[in-house]
Design a protein around this ligand. Structure first.
Ligand SMILES: Cc1cc2nc3c(=O)[nH]c(=O)nc-3n(C[C@H](O)[C@H](O)[C@H](O)COP(=O)(O)OP(=O)(O)OC[C@H]3O[C@@H](n4cnc5c(N)ncnc54)[C@H](O)[C@@H]3O)c2cc1C
Length: 496
């Protein structure tokens, strides 16, 4: 007779898998229920016509073995000392009117090249690079949830992140768009806004770049799905049970307790503790009543201007060229309309860095047009036929623009697949198709909530939505935190 407490988890994205592994580490039984046939959620990749489309990791924060986040990834089986990473040397490149500028991992090289390309902006460039250097100290707390940290923890974190106040003072209260306006040279303005959406706070750009420049944000070879499958293997090897193709219809609430899960086929699974690791819009509304939604989260969902979300209209092409060394490039293009908005700039990314994604001498090229809440509503408003026609038409339009920018690719691109914000919603129940959490805009409070549900003592929330801006590290840490909350409530040690 099994006497260990049983934890059931809804959703096998990185948040759910992390919760499962940490539950096992804490000595619980763990069972995960995932609606899709494959675990991973948004940390995903798929095959088309002999190519692999990798659709998540642009950089994995926590690849420096000296960091605590590395230990989390290592505990999950995601990476270890022998993991091989893509041999990349830059974040991205921006092109405008024949000028090209790049954010290299080597900050000295970036500084010199940017100053040469934009001498009028020398002072601003020097300041930017100095602060990227400062931002290298930024860490994502993974020991325990912020609200469980004591004075000593905060002192330690303050010491670790000693230079972050300088970054926040200079770049914490402006958006990427406002930062771009500080530069006079047009290609520099494009560089600042080519990667993250312009309304993102500028410090996010510096921290992202610093993560890569410090060697703590690399891309594990073989891609996102392979990493997910390593985590699944770890979970199963430790004795966890993963049910795929098994959607959760409801979380059963009895008084102040979550009694377990009701599955889509009507089966009831009873448990001692329940962790939801699905999108929070789906949790609060579909799996339990929206009345349980914490205030901070409700505020964010209700204020679509202050807390936007981002998704993408994306295409993947087979490329009969390896285009290696290209990385990610932003460039101006002939305006293209999507719903009520029009774009005159786009980015493409070559996946030539990973030879396992394509037959020899070839590679996958992807383009991603960032999509917002209103774009989601546009896609949702189309009937099925219009939706497919619009997708096809826009994919062809993007390919035409790529070829205009890179004539050497003429006749060498073949569309493999294209997908929209609706795809993320269908596949992951993602709110407005968002594959990250809420964007923190200038002047708004960062969205974060404790991952507990008021009025239900044994229901916990994991997944990227517990803290902006989301992403893989937040998802991974949130799974650990959910289990630590169970342990703390049970007055057990939270060291797991
Ligand atoms: C194109 C793209 C690029 C990205 N780039 C990066 C990057 O470079 N670095 C980075 O850190 N992050 C990146 N991300 C973000 C990252 O993928 C996500 O932050 C992370 O995977 C979210 O994990 P999660 O577990 O919180 O949510 P999800 O992955 O959404 O997992 C939730 C799971 O719950 C399942 N589910 C939903 N409803 C039910 C139900 N009723 N019953 C059962 N199961 C259910 C879903 O199918 C899904 O598997 C990227 C994402 C995309 C799409």
């Amino acid at each position: 007779m099994e006497t260990r407490k049983k934890v059931v988890i809804a959703g096998a994205g990185i948040g759910g898998l992390s919760a499962g592994i940490y539950a096992l580490r804490a000595g619980f039984q763990a069972e995960i229920y995932e609606k899709n046939p494959v675990a991973g959620g948004e940390c995903m990749g798929w095959n088309r016509q002999g190519y692999h489309i990798d659709n998540c990791i642009h950089w994995l924060t926590g690849t420096d073995p000296s960091t605590k986040l590395w230990q989390v990834w290592n505990s999950l089986g995601a990476i270890d000392e022998n993991t091989e990473y893509a041999d990349e040397d830059k974040f991205y490149t921006s092109i405008l009117e024949g000028k090209q500028v790049t954010l290299w991992y080597d900050l000295d090289r970036t500084r010199e090249e940017l100053i040469a390309a934009a001498p009028d902006d020398e002072e601003e460039i020097r300041k930017f690079i100095t602060h990227v250097e400062y931002a290298k100290c930024c860490v994502i707390p993974t020991d325990k949830p912020l609200d469980m940290m004591g004075v000593m923890d905060y002192i330690r974190m303050g010491k670790e992140m000693v230079d972050m106040p300088k970054v926040m003072k200079e770049y914490g209260k402006i958006s990427c768009r406002q930062l771009a306006e500080r530069f006079r040279t047009p290609v520099m303005q494009k560089l600042i806004c080519d990667y993250l959406p312009p309304e993102y706070t500028a410090y996010s750009l510096l921290v992202s770049y610093a993560t890569m420049a410090s060697g703590n944000g690399s891309i594990p070879l073989k891609g996102s799905l392979a990493m997910t499958l390593r985590i699944v293997k770890k979970f199963r090897d430790m004795g966890g049970v993963l049910h795929t193709g098994t959607g959760v219809r409801r979380i059963l609430i009895e008084g102040r307790r979550a009694a377990g899960l009701e599955l889509e086929d009507g089966t009831v699974v009873r448990a001692d503790e329940v962790i939801s690791a699905v999108d929070t819009d789906h949790l609060f509304g579909k799996l339990i009543s929206r009345d349980y939604m914490p205030k901070a989260l409700r505020r964010a969902y209700e204020d679509r201007r202050a807390y936007p979300v981002t998704s993408g209209f994306q295409i993947a092409c087979a490329m009969d060229a390896d285009f290696s060394g290209t990385g990610t490039i932003g460039f101006d293009c002939e305006p293209i309309s999507m719903g009520s908005r029009s774009f005159d700039r786009m980015t493409v990314k070559s996946y030539a860095y990973d030879t396992s994604f394509a037959p020899e001498g070839r590679a996958v090229l992807q383009a991603n047009v960032v999509q917002t809440d209103e774009d989601y509503l546009f896609w949702e408003s189309l009937d099925e036929e219009e939706y497919w026609k619009t997708k096809e038409k826009l994919a062809a339009e993007l390919i035409r623009r790529i070829v205009r920018q890179f004539p050497e690719l003429d006749g060498k691109l073949k569309l493999l697949d294209c997908w929209t914000p609706l795809t993320y919603n269908r596949y992951c129940n993602a709110y407005h198709g968002s594959y990250m959490g809420f964007v923190t805009t200038v002047g708004t409070k960062q969205m974060r909530f404790k991952g507990v549900v008021k009025g239900v003592d044994n229901l916990f929330v994991a997944g990227q939505w517990v803290m902006s801006p989301g992403g893989l590290p937040i998802a991974a840490a949130s799974g650990k935190f959910a289990v630590q909350r169970i342990l703390k409530r049970d007055k057990r040690s939270i060291e797991i």
